[in-house]
Design a protein around this ligand. Structure first.
Ligand SMILES: Nc1ncnc2c1ncn2[C@@H]1O[C@H](COP(=O)(O)OP(=O)(O)OP(=O)(O)O)[C@@H](O)[C@H]1O
Length: 754
């Protein structure tokens, strides 16, 4: 999803280029009016004295990890961790939930909330020793290589996620009819802290939908069943405890890996941490994810070469684990990656889970090395549950219902074949074979293989009759943690990572950095200077000492009002549609207030928007011989500034309201054309019923102000336009500056609510 950013920004430039070219071409015509035509970081309780006993370094955390299970479970109230070391087998199994050991482990983990991020630091000597991940640098012994980057995080609120009979349907609206489409049909399961749950199934089987439902990303009345977090329903307070890695990599293409993670840390980590501690945290995550070698490389996109696909995916994961979430959701984190990189990512997820987090990931086709890394598995087929349980027991289950591979096969491949209804190399039970004879079509009967629909029906029935009730019974037992801890899921107050001003400042600087290339783009500066020079030459020392010359010069003033009215509109309409995916992602994670984003986004472009017209006027003003005194030049610059920010407001409002570039450019073209025509230069005798239109035109008000600045000492009226005192024009332009922006802000709010 970084693509829209870069592609659209280049689109903006292309549009701007075209616009300038068009405008330049229109110049000659302008000379003669007759021929003219843009967690609380799960740090429940925040830092505290206990923080000093949290993870301090790899060495100290290794020490803790090696603590015996007995020690970690027995010391409730101490700052211990749910650490599931493979050797110590500190994993929470479903069957283990009711045991007192699990209870005390969860409690000890939950009571270790108070920690300090300062303890997260990896010592520099260890960083230097660590072998970073790199796509070219694959260790001989993969497992051994991975041990070096084992993830160490502080304990967080353990969250037990349970979902029972989850259904989801969407209403598809046709031209005349509406149709209910069932996406999910009665999905039941659970996952505990310390586990990785894999959602598997063929394309379109509903994995992303289920993941989004569980992650609280879809909140619609068409959702059925129950989803609980520590036996509590979803609440907005959970947002800061959830990390959600979307299928598309939504990142800013021009920021480096380090900048991306540092800004995420500054926005998302609790206010109790200093800027240095937050930046250190970003560096720690870079080390944890093996991104050291590319930390200063731009993320990149369609037009900018950046980091590799695997590195980009790890940045996305880093963006989410930086807050140390209790629940981590990932949508196809390994798709498009080679099996080694995929294994590294899944290994990282395993490490995260081992630190007491609940990890849920969709996965398309895991390799045979990847598959055993998952603790639990959900296999979906056409929105129905075909299997839920331990990943290691899936093959046994399918064998128990009579489905086994006939040739050597990767378990994931076998299960996807089954979920697709393809049983070419799979044995089927006699029960299903019998149905073949009865229900299959003529052609299918000849092949003696059951039709995919029959296989699907059989698998759904088998799961429903043999497993579902048992699972539901298990889910009815209460989550084995204290009531007080349970309630933290829905009562802990939401805390922003930074104050409003802090958010504004971070977003402002991030905006500047992301668009720094546009800012210092020689092309853009050349565009403006070239246009200014052409104007200067065409109106060379035009003067205002006779009516004919004065009318010519008025044409130049009108062109200036048109140029600096249209140019900002067409740049600003792209602003919000272009950042929609990023805005949705970051707001869903509660990273900042919409108002802070809005103000930062709309002001971070201003410096350049105000430098360019000054350059432009410096050239045109003196070449064209406009009124030669400092006051007039200054007022001309201020008038053009006002016109630019009013026009930008219109562009922002159109973009935010429509959120569709095609529709937005169409509406903007019609609007600016109308404003230009109603601007008081082309047509003087406008019918009364439509004459009000000119008052909506920023060109009209700008033109009138420019006429006043240039000719108030010469005449009371120029070319049929009265020279006025200008207060009304300034007032109207200021109202447009505020009004259009307010409309844009409300449109963004409405979009979020929808
Ligand atoms: N809002 C929606 N409107 C219409 N159809 C939808 C909507 N959301 C999901 N679907 C449909 O629901 C089905 C499941 O979609 P989903 O994205 O969950 O599948 P998936 O298993 O994640 O697929 P993939 O592996 O290809 O990403 C698809 O057929 C999809 O077209």
């Amino acid at each position: 999803m970084e693509k829209p950013n870069s592609s659209t920004s280049s689109l903006i430039r292309t549009k701007s280029d075209q616009f300038v070219e068009t405008m330049a071409a229109a110049l000659a015509a302008m000379k003669s009016p007759v021929s003219s035509g843009e967690v609380a970081a799960s740090a429940v309780g925040g830092g505290g004295p206990e923080g000093s006993s949290s993870f301090h370094s790899r060495k100290s955390s290794r020490g803790l990890a090696s603590a015996s299970p007995g020690r970690s479970s027995g010391h409730i109230g101490k700052n211990t961790h749910i650490r599931k070391s493979r050797s110590a087998q500190m994993k929470f199994d479903v069957d283990d939930l009711s045991s007192s050991a699990a209870l005390s482990r969860a409690s000890s983990a939950s009571l270790g909330f108070s920690f300090s991020f300062t303890g997260f630091t990896v010592p520099p000597d260890e960083i230097a020793d660590m072998k970073p991940y790199s796509d070219e640098d694959i260790p001989e012994d993969l497992e051994a290589g991975m041990q070096k980057t084992k993830l160490h995080t502080e304990p967080t609120l353990p969250i037990y996620l349970k979902f029972t009979d989850v259904t989801y349907k969407v209403v598809l609206k046709g031209i005349r009819t509406t149709l209910d489409k069932e996406i999910l049909n009665g999905i039941t399961g659970s996952i505990d802290p310390g586990e990785v749950l894999a959602l598997m199934g063929p394309s379109g089987s509903g994995k992303t939908s289920l993941l989004s439902l569980l992650g609280g990303r879809i909140r619609e009345p068409t959702i059925g069943g129950s989803i609980t977090y520590n036996d509590q329903p979803y609440s907005k307070y959970l947002k800061s405890r959830i990390g959600f890695v979307t299928q598309d990599d939504v990142l800013f293409p021009h920021l480096t890996v380090k900048e991306t993670l540092s800004y995420a840390a500054r926005l998302r980590l609790p206010r109790t941490l200093t800027k240095q501690e937050k930046d250190q945290r970003a560096i720690d995550v870079i080390c944890e994810l093996g991104l050291e070698r590319c930390q200063d490389t731009m993320i990149g996109g369609s037009f900018v070469r950046g980091v590799s696909g695997g590195e980009r995916k790890r940045v996305c994961i880093g963006n989410e684990i930086i807050i140390n979430p209790s629940l981590l959701f990932l949508d196809e984190p390994t798709s498009g990656l080679d099996s080694t990189t995929a294994l590294r990512i899944v290994k990282t997820l395993h490490d995260i889970a081992e630190a007491g987090k609940t990890v849920i990931t969709t996965i398309h086709q895991p390799s045979s090395r990847l598959f055993p890394k998952f603790d639990k598995l959900i296999l979906l087929g056409k929105g129905s549950l075909l299997y839920f349980g331990k990943a290691s027991e899936a093959m046994l289950y399918f064998a128990s219902i009579g489905c086994s591979p006939l040739i050597a096969m990767n378990p994931a491949e076998f299960m996807l074949d089954l979920a697709n209804g393809n049983v070419t190399d799979i044995s089927v039970p006699s029960e299903l074979e019998d149905r073949v004879q009865i229900e299959n079509s003529e052609a299918e009967r000849k092949s003696e293989k059951p039709a995919p629909a029959l296989v699907h029906e059989y698998l759904v029935e088998a799961y429903e009759t043999r497993v579902v009730e048992n699972e539901k019974k298990k889910l009815r037992s209460p989550t084995p943690i204290d009531e007080e801890i349970k309630s933290k899921v829905c009562t802990t107050k939401r805390e922003w990572g930074a104050s409003w001003c802090g958010q504004y400042s971070i977003l402002f600087w991030r905006g500047l950095k992301e668009r720094r290339h546009d800012y210092f783009s020689c092309l853009r500066i050349t565009q403006v200077l070239a246009t200014a020079t052409i104007l200067g030459l065409l109106w060379w020392k035009s003067g205002s000492n006779n009516p004919e010359k004065l009318q010519d010069q008025a044409g130049l003033l009108f062109f200036i009002s048109v140029f600096w009215g249209f140019f900002p509109v067409f740049t600003a309409i792209f602003t919000f549609p272009q950042e929609r995916a990023m805005l949705s992602k970051e707001r869903a994670a509660d990273m900042y207030r919409l108002s802070a984003y809005f103000v930062a986004r709309t002001t971070s472009d201003l410096p350049l928007d105000l430098i360019l017209p000054v350059l432009f006027l410096l050239v045109v003003y003196f070449m064209a011989g406009l009124r030669m005194n400092v006051g007039s030049f200054f007022l001309t610059v201020v008038t053009v500034f006002l016109c630019i920010i009013a026009a930008q407001g219109l562009g922002l409002a159109i973009g935010a309201t429509l959120m569709d570039l095609k529709k937005a450019t169409t509406l903007a073209s019609v609007t600016v054309m109308t404003f230009m025509l109603a601007g008081g230069y082309f047509v003087k005798n406008v019918p009364v019923f439509i004459s009000w239109l000119r008052y909506l035109s920023f060109n009209y008000h700008t033109y009138k102000l420019l006429l006043k600045v240039q000719y108030e000492h010469i005449s009371h009226s120029i070319d049929g336009v009265k020279i006025v005192d200008g207060y009304e024009e300034v007032g109207v332009l200021l109202a447009m500056v505020v009004g259009y922006r307010l409309l844009a802000y409300l449109s963004l709010r409405r979009m979020e609510l929808r």
